[in-house]
Design a protein around this ligand. Structure first.
Ligand SMILES: N[C@@H](CCC(=O)N[C@@H](CS)C(=O)NCC(=O)O)C(=O)O
Length: 242
């Protein structure tokens, strides 16, 4: 049995970590039996979530996990090399750039942090809770600074995110999915991050910006339909086994 180790925090029906959601949705879409176990980044091989226990091995990194499953289950998404390169370029923009802008908007502004703190740390006991929450926030802000985005003002971060939404909106107004007409693994992170941003449970300053991008709403609906068609309901993401 494939064991997916991830946070079990969800916002509006999607895993709070778009990397975790990507793996979980891949497993569901390809109907690979799996079980979810709650885990913290510190327990993973790369000190990040998601990670997985599979065939006696511990695998880390969402992309490496997907590559392993694609190999083992001989999954062919039918993408041309041009589609693959398109998918890769979008993957890098969303995972390596937009993701960090989202992290900034969750952990930096006080109003967002208050909601996030409640969602991530409310299960902890006093007096440890405020200490662990504060330390975690300090670490994330340090990581944001190292990554580069943490050196920006909120206004600059919002401008950068808007630029990304404009590009994605233009792409998705002409393409059904990230790689054109073919739904693929590249849609999983794209969907997960758009839904995490366009989210009522975890509103950040990005939520009011993404609101104006109608193609991104339509895209979410298309991906949900594709997932439902193949894997059944996407609304059972909390269930502990597939
Ligand atoms: N490249 C990794 C990125 C995973 C990632 O950044 N996970 C975040 C949660 S969304 C994490 O574990 N952060 C904890 C940390 O960096 O300390 C992947 O694809 O799995």
């Amino acid at each position: 049995m494939f064991i997916l180790k991830q946070t079990t925090v969800e916002f509006d029906g999607i895993n709070a970590s778009p990397f975790c959601a990507k793996v979980e949705l891949f497993l569901r879409y390809h109907q690979i039996p799996f079980k979810i176990e709650a885990a913290l980044p510190m327990h993973g091989p790369y000190k990040k979530i998601p990670f997985a226990v599979y065939q006696g091995e511990t695998l880390g990194d969402s992309e490496l996990i997907l590559q392993r499953l694609i190999n083992d289950y001989a999954i062919d998404e039918g993408l041309t090399s041009l589609q693959q390169s398109q998918g890769y370029a979008w993957q890098m923009a969303l995972e390596q750039h937009l993701y960090w802008l989202m992290v900034y908007c969750r952990w930096h502004p006080e109003a967002s942090w208050k909601i996030l703190e409640q969602a991530f740390f409310s299960g902890l006991k006093w007096p440890a809770r405020p200490f662990i929450a504060k330390q975690s926030r300090k670490l994330v802000l340090k990581n944001l600074y190292s990554q580069g985005v943490g050196r920006f003002s909120l206004k600059q971060v919002l401008q950068a995110a808007e630029q990304c939404f404009v590009a994605l909106e233009a792409h998705l107004s002409k393409n059904t999915f990230i790689c054109g007409d073919t739904f693929s693994r590249f849609d999983l992170f794209a969907y997960a991050i758009v839904k995490n941003i366009d989210n009522h449970d975890m509103p950040t300053p990005l939520a009011s910006i993404i609101e104006g991008f109608s193609q991104l709403k339509l895209y979410q609906a298309r991906v949900e339909q594709a997932l439902k068609n193949k894997a059944g309901s996407v609304h059972s993401l909390t269930s502990l086994s597939a």
